[in-house]
Design a protein around this ligand. Structure first.
Ligand code: NAD
Length: 504
């Protein structure tokens, strides 16, 4: 019997009484390593009560004291950095370097949250009216919940709970059922750092527990990251109980390479080392393409396109696939599970009937585990399914717009709005692109323009439902609400007789 993943209620790890489970795989081998229990309303209720009990004391704890717990947490995350990266590799399959990046981006949010005293300083206007002072403060919203996807088991949960908790809230985390161990270890370390019982709780499961969180009347704010259909549903459900909600969804991101950025005739390792091609490959195939910022459409202008295709294909041939825990040198790991592997194989097969398949990721992959190799399809057009569909795998489609203007027009037909990148040496082209593309994150010679903790992660259109985004300044605003206090005191100045009074 495989282990059942425990949940965290208060400061106790318990195995919930559930009758449905999701298998947790080791994607690199296909082996089942645990079972994630499907919690429901009963476990959400107990977790909410634990959070409610912790809230009065935690929300009144002075900000510098809360920050001290976060500083200790940050130190523990650093000393357990490699252990966390290994846990991610085991249950998600990404390479060790990618896993380290996953943890590092999360630690950066904790570092932001360490400055909570500074972040929460309010505004004061003395003499707002005659004899009246005005003050606006940011107050915690209460009990918050976060629901996260499988692809960044550390970073995405840490987009949420460190800032929420630093701001004085209590939190219920519902990690992806496919990668539960990273979140459990992150929570364990927070308790070890001195976080009081009940401030952070972890419940596991799938649809039932998500709906219970969305509908619970005592949860005030909900953060969601995942696919767009679920993001939209969560946003709608959260609205039914008047919660504030930030729901980040899927994406279809573009990489436009202008002719001046294509260096002709590069092959193999030379192509893989070229800064533009390297950025394209990392964007398209990093984390096996399972990133909401992955560039999955490559646009080359007119005549430069053949050269671009040949060089990208040649650089792809230098990539290696495998189990990163067995071989630290592999450039790409597996996709998350058999369902994803099968779905990608079907999509590649369907696309190959409509366009040319330059590299086929279904061929020559390791026999065990859920591997799909880097795939390149040429001559994608806006009318093809592949144009606006998020495949979430290592599949890159090449498009051939005639001009920069046509490229921008095509980018703006995509219903999502996470990222668009341009590679060029031409400042004018870069400026036009950055100003005209309708998406929230723009890269200029940056393949994955994901903002780090100091900026908010600003998806648009079908990539985001809500108003205030995760992390950065908007993250602080999301997890707090404003209180304004107007004050009038009578007669204070006449009573002053102390030292220095005669000089006033
Ligand atoms: P997913 O939508 O399947 O799952 C996300 C979360 O929702 C999980 O916790 C899951 O348990 C829950 N869930 C799944 N189906 C549900 C349902 N029907 N009702 C209620 N809850 C449900 O996403 P995933 O496969 O885990 O992650 C990949 C997706 O996440 C991709 O679309 C990717 O683009 C997106 N993503 C977006 C961002 C972003 O910032 N925009 C970041 C990372 C991932």
């Amino acid at each position: 019997m495989t282990e059942i993943v425990p949940i965290l209620i208060g400061d106790r790890w318990v195995v919930p009484d559930c009758d449905a489970f999701t298998p947790v795989h080791r994607p690199a081998t296909g082996q089942i390593i645990a079972r994630t229990p499907h919690c429901g309303t009963a476990q959400v209720e107990v977790a909410v009560q634990a959070a409610k009990a912790a809230f009065p004391s935690w929300s009144r704890t002075p900000a510098p004291e809360r920050a001290r717990v976060l500083f200790r947490y940050r130190e523990l995350l650093e000393s357990h950095f490699e252990e966390l990266a290994q846990i991610i590799c085991r249950e998600n399959g990404k390479t060790l370097d990618e896993a380290r990046g996953d943890v590092r981006r999360g630690v950066e949010v904790v570092e932001l949250a360490c400055g909570v005293g500074q972040l929460l300083k309010g505004e004061v206007l003395p003499e707002l009216a005659t004899g009246i002072d005005g003050m606006a403060t940011r107050e915690p919203v209460g009990i918050c919940a976060g629901i996260t996807p499988f692809n960044f088991p550390a970073m995405v949960p840490m987009w949420m709970y460190p800032l929420a908790i630093a701001c004085g809230n209590c939190f219920l985390l519902k990690p992806s059922e496919k990668v539960p161990y990273t979140a459990n270890r992150l929570a364990e370390l927070f308790l070890e750092a001195g976080l009081p019982a009940g401030v952070l709780n972890v419940v596991h499961g799938s649809r039932e527990v998500v709906e219970a969180l969305c509908l619970h009347p005592e949860i005030a704010a909900l953060s969601f990251v995942g696919s767009s259909p679920v993001a939209r549903r969560v946003y709608e459900l959260a609205g039914q109980t008047g919660k504030r909600c930030q729901a980040a969804g899927g994406a279809k991101n573009t990489l436009l390479v202008m002719p001046d950025a294509v260096d002709s005739g590069l092959l193999g390792e030379a192509a893989a080392a070229d800064p533009t091609l390297k950025a394209v490959l990392q964007s398209a195939f990093g984390c096996a393409g399972q990133r909401c910022m992955a560039g999955s459409l490559l646009l080359g202008i007119a005549d430069a396109c053949d050269d671009l295709r040949d060089q990208v294909a040649s650089a792809m041939d230098t990539m290696t696939l495998g189990d990163t825990l067995a071989d630290d040198g592999v450039s790409m790991g597996p996709v998350i599970d058999g369902g994803s592997q099968q779905r990608l194989a079907t999509s590649i097969g369907a696309a190959a009937k409509e366009m040319s398949l330059v590299r086929d990721g279904r061929a020559g992959v390791p026999p065990d585990g859920f591997f799909v190799g880097p795939t390149l399809l040429d001559h994608v057009r806006p009318e093809h399914d592949l144009f606006a569909q998020e495949l979430f795998g290592p599949v890159l489609g090449l498009m051939r717009p005639g001009t920069l203007e046509e490229a921008i027009d095509w980018v703006n037909q995509i219903p999502y709005g996470n990222a668009a990148t341009i590679f060029t040496h031409d400042g004018g082209a870069a400026r036009t692109f950055a100003r005209e593309v309708e998406c929230g994150m723009v890269g200029i010679n940056v393949g994955v323009p994901a903002p780090m903790a100091l900026f908010s992660f600003s998806g648009w259109n079908q990539s985001f439902f809500g108003d205030l985004h995760v992390q950065g300044t908007e993250g602080v605003l999301f997890y707090t609400r404003q209180k304004t206090t107007l004050t009038r005191w009578q007669g204070g100045t006449t009573a002053f007789t102390g030292v220095g009074a005669k000089n006033r």
